[in-house]
Each structure stands twice: as C-alpha cells, then as structure tokens.
Ligand binder design. Structure first.
Ligand code: ATP
Length: 283
C-alpha cells in the first residue's frame, strides 16, 4: 500500500522539553494505524505536529507526497488531512444541521457526503435542529466525527474520541469508525480503549517517552507480553494481550502492510517473531 503519511526522524519540543524524538513511521493509504501508550508519552503531540498545530523542531513530514512540516494548519487541512483534537470540534451554540453545513461549506460534492453522514449517524439526523451544546457527550463526539468526515478527508486523525463516554457509546463509536474505514478512509487513531483500537487497526505503534517503541500488526503483540507490559502497563497491557491473542492466535500471522517503520533502534530478542516489528527497550 502507498504511504499516505510519512514521518522521518521527527522531533517536537515544548521549549526545552523534547516531547518527540526520532519518530519515524508510515501510515499506508487505506489503513488504520493505532497510536498507543500511557499518559504523557507524546501521542497528542504527534497528531498536533502532523496537523500543523505545532511545528516539528527537526525531521520531515510528508502527506500524499507533499512536504507539510513547514505548512500552516489550514493549508494542511486543505490537502485532506482532518484532525479531531481531544475533547472538542463542534460549535456549541449552533444547531446540528448548522454544524454540518459549516463543515461542508468549503467541500465540493458535499451532497454525497451529507447523505453518507446521515446514514452513519442516524441520531444526528433525528436531532438536526437541536443546539449542539445541548447534545449528550456521546452525541457531541459523534457530531465532531461527522463534521470531520463530511469533508471526505484522505486522512482522519482521531485523538481519544471515546474520552468520558459510557462503554455502550464507545462500542457504537467504534462501529462507526469501522464503517468509515470500510469506506476507504485512512485513520490515525489515539485511543485508551486498547481492545477496540486493536480490533480496528492494521498497524499498532506504541510510543514510549516520545520515541517509537514498537511497530507491528496487532496480532504480533500476543508474542510480546513483556514488551506490552513494559510499555503499556496495567489494564492497557491486559487488554492488548487479550485482543492480540484473539487476533494472533489461531490464524496465520500476516506481515505488516506496507512497511511501517520505526525510528527507534531495533533490538530483537532471540524469540522475536519475524515481520516488521521494531522495538527498543524502555529506559
Ligand atoms: P495523554 O494520553 O495523557 O493525552 P499523550 O501521550 O497524548 O498523553 P502529550 O499530551 O503529547 O502526551 O504530552 C507529551 C509530553 O509533553 C508530556 O510530558 C506533557 O506534559 C508535555 N506537554 C504537552 N503539552 C505541553 C505544553 N503545552 N507545554 C509543555 N509541555 C507539554
């Protein structure tokens, strides 16, 4: 698969603090890449750096063959890269319909995408005249997702859209993401619900202290219990291992689709599976 997004040795800083170091990875077109890791490892920073909300202090980012690391965020968005930042993305004083119209305003062929949005989010169709700020938390998250896909992005970057949602709504949200994936949209996903993320993802990237610690297919994590525990820890690790066992156990292992690469120096254990898995040790 053709690389849609490519990061090469990206570094990002908040003043003197280096939040991302030597991050290299590829998001192949049509794939879902899940970016995992505990709090504070740089997941949000990575998305912000790609979408132009902050500039990398080093490295190179290309999107759809175009160098974007020095572009302003609005120019990057115009190329078809849509970023739903953590915890927002709607106009609370406008109605649902107006929110969708605002998103569609600059998009050609919006009639087709509005129809698709109505199919994907029947609840928004029912509530089209409701003021967006009075929607439930889950409905607001659905609206921000709907606003993003109405522009028919090439790449959708989603930062913890499940935050604060009841488990039933998280399941619904992931069902919708699955449909968006089936429509052919490429997705880069930051998510704390590791099981759901791994079910959706073709490639998983684990960040550790601003560096890429692992890149591989979700099923490969089943063979990486210690590594998963070291990098994800606690309940995230449990979920990841359980999901990976389901995915990696009975069926034959696949190779990673299209060369996701890590900037971290690979350190293979003797028992390591073959494939595109790359890792470095936690420090
Ligand atoms: P979480 O899962 O909690 O959202 P994360 O993996 O997305 O975490 P980031 O938000 O990218 O992590 O933060 C990476 C590091 O950068 C953290 O140590 C954080 O404290 C720091 N950081 C984030 N934003 C700023 C900022 N505006 N100024 C200074 N440091 C920041």
């Amino acid at each position: 698969m053709r690389p849609l997004l490519r990061l090469r040795n990206v570094e990002a800083r908040y003043g003197a603090f280096v939040a991302l170091q030597h991050v290299s990875l590829i998001v192949p077109q049509g794939s879902v890449v899940a970016l995992l890791g505990p709090n504070g490892v740089g997941k949000t920073t990575l998305l912000r750096t790609v979408s132009g909300m902050m500039s990398p202090s080093d490295g190179e980012i290309t999107f759809d063959g175009i160098r974007i690391d020095n572009m302003p965020d609005h120019a990057i968005a115009r190329l078809g890269l849509e970023h739903i930042p953590e915890g927002r993305g709607i106009f609370p004083t406008l109605t649902v319909r107006e929110n969708l119209q605002m998103a569609a305003y600059t998009t050609e062929g919006m009639n087709g995408s509005i129809e698709r949005v109505n199919q994907l989010f029947p609840v928004l169709q029912q509530r089209r005249d409701q003021i967006a700020g009075t929607l439930s938390g889950g409905e607001q998250q659905m609206l921000s997702l709907a606003r993003s896909i109405i522009t028919q992005p090439k790449l959708l970057m989603v930062d913890e859209l499940s935050l604060g949602l009841a488990p039933r709504l998280v399941a619904q949200l992931f069902d919708t993401l699955e449909k968006i994936k089936r429509d052919g949209t490429t997705i880069l996903l930051v998510e704390q619900y590791v099981r759901y993320a791994l079910r959706l993802a073709d490639i998983v990237v684990i960040l550790h202290k601003g560096r890429v610690a692992f890149i591989g297919e979700p099923g490969e994590l089943a063979h990486e219990g210690k590594l998963v525990e070291a990098y994800l820890g606690g309940s995230q690790a449990e979920s990841a291992t359980a999901e990976a066992e389901e995915q990696g156990g009975p069926r034959p292992r696949r190779r990673a689709s299209g060369g996701a690469t890590s900037g971290a120096r690979p350190k293979r254990k003797p028992s390591a599976p073959r494939g595109s898995t790359r890792r470095s040790s936690p420090s």
